[in-house]
Design a protein around this ligand. Sequence first.
Ligand SMILES: Cc1cc2nc3c(=O)[nH]c(=O)nc-3n(C[C@H](O)[C@H](O)[C@H](O)COP(=O)(O)OP(=O)(O)OC[C@H]3O[C@@H](n4cnc5c(N)ncnc54)[C@H](O)[C@@H]3O)c2cc1C
Length: 501
Amino acid sequence: MEIIKSKSKLAEYLHDESRLSGNAEYLVFARTAADIQEAVNYCLEHQLVLTIQGSRTGITGGSVPESGMILNLEKMNKITGIRKDTKGNYYLRCEPGLKLVELREVLNKRQYDTSIWVADDKVVWREFSRLGRYIFPPDPTESSASLGGMASCNASGARSYKYGAMRQWISQVKTINPQKPAQRIKPSEYQINLPDKDVKNAAGYYLREDSRDFDIYIGAEGTLAVITELEIKLISKPAHCWGVLQFFASESAAMDFCEGLKLLKYQASAIEYFDHNALMLLRGNRQLWQSLPDLQDNWKFAVYYEFEGDDAEILENAVFAAGDLAEEFGSQESDCWFVDTESGVEQLKEFRHAVPEAINKELDKIRMIDPRISKISTDLAVPAGCLGNILKLHRQAQEQGWRIIVFGHIGNDHLHTNILPSDYESWLAGKELVKSWAEAAVKLGGSVSGEHGIGKIKRDLLELMYGPEGLALFKNIKLQFDPQWLLNRGNIIERERVPGD
Ligand SMILES: Cc1cc2nc3c(=O)[nH]c(=O)nc-3n(C[C@H](O)[C@H](O)[C@H](O)COP(=O)(O)OP(=O)(O)OC[C@H]3O[C@@H](n4cnc5c(N)ncnc54)[C@H](O)[C@@H]3O)c2cc1C
């Protein structure tokens, strides 16, 4: 295990996309599970905090170290095998550092060096590579994310409207643990108020009755173990995927259109929302989405939706039905961009991806004034029909002069609202504002995190959701896996703030 101590090299690895910055003394790039074991042993022996990193695209400071050693997994990016089950489904075994973009490339080309695989897997791969194309559905917008990071946050993204979150696509997980609890965590033994099953939730440990042995590690944000390998499920790629970006003149028209879209006979695979300020920001950052035409001045709000399937005629009917619906809310055929090719869908995704990128650029400008400022972005998910209550709070804040940008997964009643502060004082006030929105979401039966997790910057929100009893329960679970509290210290809960060991 090579331990890097160079300050300049370490500096690159002290932050993630939240713009939070931390401290560490050592940096290790693991290449094998044995390297991970060695790093864990070293930290246990020397009482060092160990912080795990995938691709550092997280936006809650989860991979930002508080101190000690950074264990970076970006070099563990191999596919180690394939399995076919009795129903004919295919599963890939992957190392945790494999990036989504790398996985997609392998699936597109169906070419991979399998020379080190076991013989049975080579046979399955030969068969698989001759079949039509397969996909891995989770799609958290940022395709440089690693599978280990995605599993640890239970990431989801636009297509979770149809396909659900990462958890549903993981069939097995291997871990290296500081300590394995004496008994398997049995969710039935833990009393905790969870949001309704239909509400997206990535806040705190997974304690549902349907939990499989390894489910506790998914969404645990690296606080219980290091994920060293994942087995993921693939599905056959639908023959067609069509995308529409439909523009509206008002918030209510866009919102009502989304509600109608959910009721259409043919289910969309994604329904995404962009508010007026998101479109304004994109107008000012044209270089981030060069391949598309200009936005018209009268386009104030937008909804992106996708239909996919094998029958083009059915899809055509679905697109026409959605078009008729849009007209009811004042948006005509000329007020949309329609694409029916893979490259077209990619261009619209580029447009979607440009929103958080443009926000981060703005944030970097603000951080020049004061580097203590980090990202303020909500990840609130609420039960169906409750989003209007949250949007009303946003409008009130805008009327008070707050600079707010709203976009995200409206299909799942799950939006990302970003506050751009003007200075450190307004950053502090912005955090309080978000807390009040989170309180409102929890009262409605929602979650303070639908997909990004809690990390280091949303711990106070977790308490709003589960109360001191819930935090004490999480602390108890953490201590069973990591009694010395060394793994990813600072994520989800702070030991000192929760009474009782
Ligand atoms: C522009 C942009 C758009 C985004 N859009 C979405 C979106 O739509 N949906 C969504 O869900 N997320 C989104 N994200 C957030 C981010 O991409 C996801 O959270 C992603 O899952 C993080 O993966 P990563 O490899 O970068 O993990 P990291 O940031 O490196 O780590 C995330 C957490 O996982 C832990 N971890 C990483 N690997 C392991 C492992 N092997 N074992 C145990 N713990 C581990 C880390 O310690 C940390 O706590 C977006 C981010 C950006 C920058």
